[in-house]
Design a protein around this ligand. Sequence first.
Ligand SMILES: [Zn+2]
Length: 101
Amino acid sequence: MKRCTARKDRIMAKYRKKPVIIEASRWWADGDHPRVEMPKATVKDAVKVCKKCDHLLMDHGMCETLEGYHIVCPGDWIITGIADEVYPCKPGIFEKTYEAV
Ligand SMILES: [Zn+2]
């Protein structure tokens, strides 16, 4: 077992992301991305409205990220990262963080 005893990295400093190239596409509905699946929602849950985007939960997808399953709102970007991992990203954050190459 390893214990975390190092204290050298505790000083807060500024870092900039390296300019890595990622692949991304927007997800709107079932079939738009091979790694976004439709959740098996109950009828009761399916007619609930998402607090983030105002669409019905039944119109949402799910994708398995490194941190477990994440809900995908219609219009979210699905990013494939440098380790072939996928994760959803809200359009506003995507536009601030990425540009087309
Ligand atoms: Zn939503």
